[in-house]
Design a binder for this molecule. Structure first.
Ligand SMILES: *Cc1c(COP(=O)(O)O)cnc(C)c1O
Length: 429
């Protein structure tokens, strides 16, 4: 039996416990939704005020040079690079994940069209995050490709002679299941295809080695585990062997070799800079830097390896405590138990009944108690819905895990989730 005291002992021995002080987290909140929107770095409010009142208010247009605005996409890209196994000057921070996916998928199709024009299929997972599928669907329509959607266990069998690009999300948003990036990439390459990896639920959550895996293209999100703030810009990485082969279709002036030459024709900048499009949101970029500075501080305490060790300990503990303390309430586990296949979140399931699964209302009741996770509807086929809990080792501790499971137990035992106020849907779930 695991006890509260065991959890407190583990917090006391946690080498990362001081990292929490670098964030502002509301009193009484246990935040298990850092996989959707990370918490606020304590420096963010002052940094926002500085950018607005000094750099904009006083520096005005001079700040493009004097405050380093112009190079922010590259500077932040270099801060993300070590978190994802990318080299220096191989990453830029810009635009959104959806837009960056459009760019890299277009570039991948350009390469495939030249090297293997008979390959006309993009494969992805049916339960990939929808925007990834929508972007791929749009590009397929535009270019006459076919988008084929498979289950995770069918990916290997889909690597055939028709496949141009395999487009996967490394850690699934709904189940927390993680692909073996190196093995899947090697298998796709052996089959003659290119691979695009979406790191939305990986960057800052699990160690990633794009270079070691010989991945082709990658994109990821700034506002989830990187704690960049709502709508923070996303990042994009292209294997240097591909970076100069084609330019991406959103060939705006920020990706030009000499933007201030103002020539009428487009000459792409060398390397990853050509993946920029137009003028970037400087306030948002500046706030993302506050989140990335915290990863630089974590580097001194063991970096992503230490974060991964703690993340697995937190998710193991959560699973064990739910099984120990919430048995008999119809909860299941959607997240793999195998560490090699688990990201930094745990997804519980609840079966459909004629009254619904109750998963949405249980999450609402937890939120009312200050335990913030989220709900994701099941895919219908599985007949269950998902209660999703993200564990960010930078600011979640072992006692937090104990307390969140205790709240979950009380919500289930009391049946308070059946109250009408917990059963009203909102625009954002
Ligand atoms: C969160 C997430 C996105 C978000 O894309 P936006 O363009 O920022 O809205 C995209 N893909 C995946 C896999 C995600 O998890």
């Amino acid at each position: 039996m695991i006890t509260l005291q065991d959890c407190q002992t583990r917090d006391a021995a946690d080498p990362l416990k001081g990292m929490r002080e670098l964030f502002t987290i509301p009193e009484g909140v246990i935040y298990l939704d850092g996989n959707s929107l990370g918490v606020m770095p304590s420096t963010a409010a002052a940094r926002a005020a500085e950018v607005i009142t000094q750099e904009w208010g006083v520096g005005l247009i001079r700040s493009w040079n004097t405050a380093g605005w112009f190079n922010l996409p590259q500077r932040l890209g270099n801060q993300i690079a070590p978190l994802i196994g990318a080299g220096k000057d191989e990453v830029v921070v810009t635009d959104t994940t959806s837009i960056n996916l459009y760019k890299v998928l277009s570039a991948a199709l350009n390469i495939a069209a030249q090297d293997a024009p008979h390959r006309r299929v993009i494969v992805s997972e049916r339960n990939n995050f929808p925007t990834d599928l929508y972007i791929a669907e749009g590009l397929c329509k535009e270019r006459g490709y076919t988008l084929k959607l498979v289950e995770p266990e069918e990916v290997a069998a889909s690597l055939d002679q028709d496949l141009a690009v395999l487009m996967l999300t490394h850690v699934n948003y709904r189940t927390g299941a993680m692909h073996d990036m190196a093995a899947v990439t090697a298998a796709a390459h052996a089959a003659g295809a290119l691979v695009v990896w979406d790191l939305a639920h990986s960057a800052g959550a699990v160690p990633v080695d794009l270079t070691g895996a010989k991945a082709d293209f990658s994109i990821g999100c700034g506002y989830k585990y990187l704690n960049g703030g709502p709508g923070a810009p996303a990042f994009v990485w292209v294997n240097p062997q591909h970076a100069d082969r084609f330019w991406q279709p959103l060939s705006g002036w920020w990706g030009h070799a000499a933007p201030f030459a103002f020539t009428p024709d487009y000459q792409p900048a060398p390397g990853i800079t050509r993946y920029l499009c137009g003028t970037q949101p400087i306030v948002s970029l500046s706030l993302l830097e506050c989140g990335l500075d915290i990863f630089a501080a974590a580097e001194r305490l063991g970096g992503m390896a230490a974060l991964r060790t703690k993340s697995l300990a937190l998710t193991d503990l959560f699973i064990a405590l739910v099984e120990q303390r919430c048995a008999g309430y119809g909860l299941g586990l959607a997240t793999p138990r195998d560490h090699a296949q688990r990201g930094s979140q745990v997804c519980l399931t609840r079966e459909y009944t004629p009254e619904g699964s109750g998963a949405f209302a249980i999450v609402q009741a937890l939120i009312a108690r200050g335990v913030i996770g989220d709900f994701r509807a099941g895919d219908g086929k599985a007949h269950k819905d998902i209660l999703r809990f993200g564990f960010t080792p930078l600011y979640i501790g072992f006692e937090d895990v104990w307390n969140s499971v205790e709240h979950l137990r009380q919500v289930l035992e009391s049946g308070e989730w059946k109250l009408p106020q917990f059963n009203q849907k909102h625009a954002v779930t």
